[in-house]
Design a protein around this ligand. Structure first.
Ligand SMILES: CCCCCCCC/C=C\CCCCCCCC(=O)O[C@H]1CC[C@@]2(C)C(=CC[C@H]3[C@@H]4CC[C@H]([C@H](C)CCCC(C)C)[C@@]4(C)CC[C@@H]32)C1
Length: 696
């Protein structure tokens, strides 16, 4: 990217607009012209200040890439986001300069648009200063600091104005074809949040959400404000319910209209019986694998078998004895009359869904548009076993891991029932986000137990480090659409068991219906405790004066000094911004709870912290990452594996957000990214080395 050209154009556009709008008194929009001139002056100021920062970062950011063929890390992402913002400003600025004299110029609209991008630019400038501080503080090549999140950063995050990212500029950093779906998603989320707070339920909620959504379509500022509010205030129960929307009959009904139809879609419940698996080191010996026991003792595991074509074994009595499908498990109408069952496949894909460890099921990824599980079952013509592991906070670590590992072992023993060949078969693990984490940790467990490891892993934007440590890509959590920090920290606390009690699922109740269970009592004090935690840093007089308009940048330097009780605040980030600069502040403080609980450092929670011994022997790990907060997790993990001599590939898909696979079918770019994942899985299945069971 030619940054000199970008900054020169920005300067030119600013000057052009300032001259055009402050010149002739005959312009019909006096007030709006003044707004625009003020805004362009601020943008000009930001541009001039950002130029040296950007050139400093771009001069070194390649040192943080996985390798020279795979450019991608948080520094690059931040700069790329800035670039999108500047290009929008230049584009809009040129339009304004050449059209402001025309009769049909929508002055107010254009001014609001420019102001919105101006606010985004101001916040990005703050983040780039913080990133610059990280470059300075962190050891060379390291994307994470040595210490956990500093109090300074937490306070910065808590008080920063974020609404500008969710209003007019929503999704500006992503591919333009994604903007409509992202907009609909955010509008649904805020309307849903409003009805949630009004305690509506069921159809009432749907009707209310539909009614309220109109105002968020018309008023992007209101939408931004409201989104900022709900990401900061609403509890885990809200996020669980919204993220589980795809489970609802209404949404899945719509989705199934466009989804691929498969012949086998079978939900299974496997009873908790000990298994015996051959040892890789000496297959004549076996090792016992116990069923999941953490927190409430042995319990069954739920899973779903999906197969595009009916294969031998999949309609066997033995398998159907485990079925818990309400609807007919085998869509006989889809099996052509008189058609033969297909022979077993040499391949099996075991899938762990994402959802922050707290939400979603195999169903969320099942009826989705072509591109995700069901689509993959067709693309690869492979049976897929997707695990409905127990969710946090009811089931904190290690319950989900135990259930996934148990399922993996059960599948190895019972592959003939799943439509897979017994001999010389191949098994690949795939998952996104939290599911990517589980793919890696299940394989680590297989190594530790000495049983067969999978033949490969395909992890999409996986979480590999659950400690609250700052990295440049993680700075994106301050305005991420799907994973804002306040929400992420709730997921981490739920998974690691902070502030939660465990509840044994009721016998016979599936994970799906368990999702509807009221978890409020378990986490009711989360937000209360968290706001107290944040407020403990902030003196009462400052809190009182906080509720001013978000557009007003509070001079909080004095405040910062008074808030910071000389703590040894030496980790990443500047202690202050350059003189004369302050980001915009929010009228409300974010709720984040960065508890430092030892569980987050457990290598089976944060595989990036695992010792080489635990990782040595992992199969080929294919990682697909996005323009998201977890990019540095992927880059650092891939580098760690490569430095150990482990096989690993990393592909950074630019312009797509975290969770892009869940948005399959909405944009061509996602189809391309999903195809990359499919190709990686195919490579695992077709690799010429011997299957893992025969390797020692
Ligand atoms: C200031 C800097 C400080 C840095 C501090 C760092 C903090 C720690 C960072 C990382 C630790 C990682 C911890 C755990 C990560 C877990 C990640 C993880 O698994 O996150 C997933 C959570 C669910 C979700 C949001 C997701 C992806 C896709 C989303 C889905 C897309 C569509 C789905 C809608 C419900 C569809 C509705 C349609 C309807 C018609 C409106 C939606 C939104 C459901 C939710 C998912 C990512």
């Amino acid at each position: 990217m030619d940054w000199i050209a970008v900054f020169t154009s920005l300067e030119a556009v600013c000057k052009e607009n300032i001259t055009a709008l402050s010149g002739p008194p005959d312009l019909p929009y006096g007030d709006v012209s003044r707004r625009l001139v003020t805004c362009m002056r601020k943008i000009q100021d930001h541009g001039r200040a950002l130029e040296p920062v950007v050139s400093g970062i771009t001069a070194v950011y390649h040192h943080y890439d996985f390798d020279s063929d795979t450019p991608g890390n948080g520094y690059r992402t931040l700069v790329k986001v800035l670039q999108s913002c500047l290009l929008h400003i230049i584009h809009n600025g040129r339009y304004i300069a050449s059209n402001c004299h025309r009769a049909f110029f929508r002055a107010d609209h254009n001014a609001s648009e420019m102001e919105a991008y101006g606010s985004v630019l101001c916040q990005l400038r703050a983040l780039l200063y913080i990133a610059q501080g990280m470059l300075h503080d962190n050891s060379p090549g390291q994307l994470y600091g040595e210490q956990e999140l500093s109090r300074w950063l937490v306070r910065e995050y808590a008080s920063m104005h974020k609404a500008c990212f969710y209003g007019r500029c929503l999704g500006f950093q992503f591919s333009s074809s994604l903007r409509p779906i992202l907009q609909s998603l955010i509008i649904s989320m805020v309307s849903f949040g409003e009805s949630y707070e009004k305690q509506h339920s069921g159809l009432g909620m749907a009707a209310f959400s539909l009614l309220t959504s109109g105002k968020y379509v018309i008023d992007p500022e209101l939408r931004g404000e409201e989104y900022e509010r709900i990401t900061q205030n609403l509890d885990m129960k809200f996020w669980k319910s919204f993220w589980n929307l795809t489970e609802s009959e209404l949404v899945s009904g719509f989705a199934s209209l466009t989804s691929t139809l498969v012949q086998v879609n079978l939900t299974l419940t496997i009873p908790p019986e000990p298994l015996l698996l051959p040892l890789v080191s000496d297959p004549r010996l076996s090792t016992p694998v116990s069923p999941p026991v953490a927190h409430w003792g042995p319990g069954p595991v739920n899973m779903r078998l999906i197969s595009y074509e009916l294969r031998e074994g999949q309609d066997s009595k033995e398998l159907l004895a485990f079925a818990r499908t309400e609807a007919p498990p085998i869509s006989l109408s889809l099996v052509p009359f008189g058609a033969q069952k297909r022979p077993p496949s040499p391949w099996l894909l075991i899938h762990f869904h994402g959802g922050g460890f707290v939400s979603q099921t195999s169903k969320s990824h099942e009826v989705h548009r072509p591109g995700w599980s069901l689509g993959w079952s067709k693309d690869l013509n492979v049976p897929i076993l997707s695990v409905d592991y127990s969710l946090a906070p009811e089931a904190p670590f290690p319950r989900a891991l135990e259930e996934c590992f148990y399922t993996y072992c059960w599948a190895l023993k019972n592959c003939h029932l799943l439509g897979q060949l017994l001999q010389q078969n191949r098994v690949c693990l795939a998952g996104d986000s939290a599911g990517g984490n589980l793919c890696i940790t299940v394989s680590m467990r297989a190594i530790a137990c000495g049983v067969r490891i999978p033949d490969g892993i395909m992890a999409a934007y996986p979480a590999t480090l659950l400690t609250i440590e700052a990295s440049p890509s993680r700075l994106l959590t301050s305005f991420d659409l799907l994973l804002p920090l306040g929400v992420l920290s709730k997921c981490i606390n739920a998974y690691t068991g902070v502030d939660s009690e465990t509840v044994q699922p009721t016998e016979g109740i599936s994970t799906l219906s368990a999702l509807g269970r009221d978890t409020a009592s378990l986490i009711s004090d989360l937000s209360h405790g968290a706001s107290k935690w944040i407020q403990s840093f902030i003196p009462a007089e400052v809190l009182g004066s906080w509720s001013s308009s978000h557009q007003r940048s509070l001079d909080n330097k004095a405040h910062q000094r008074s808030v910071l009780p000389c703590s040894p605040d030496s980790s990443s980030g500047p202690r202050d911004y350059p003189d004369g600069f302050e980001p915009l502040r929010s009228e409300r403080l974010s709720v984040i709870q960065p508890h430092s609980c030892p569980t987050v450092k457990n290598p089976f929670v944060s595989p990036l912290l695992a010792s080489d011994d635990l990782l040595r022997g992992l199969p080929h790990v294919h990682i697909a990452s996005a323009l998201d907060a977890l990019l540095d997790d992927s880059v650092m993990f891939a580098r760690k594996l490569r430095n150990m001599g482990q096989p690993v590939t990393l592909r950074v898909v630019e312009d797509l957000p975290h969770g892009f696979l869940s948005l399959s079918g909405y944009a061509e770019e996602i189809k391309v990214a999903s195809d990359i994942c499919v190709e990686r899985i195919r490579e695992v299945f077709q690799q010429t080395t011997l299957p893992s069971c025969t390797r020692k």
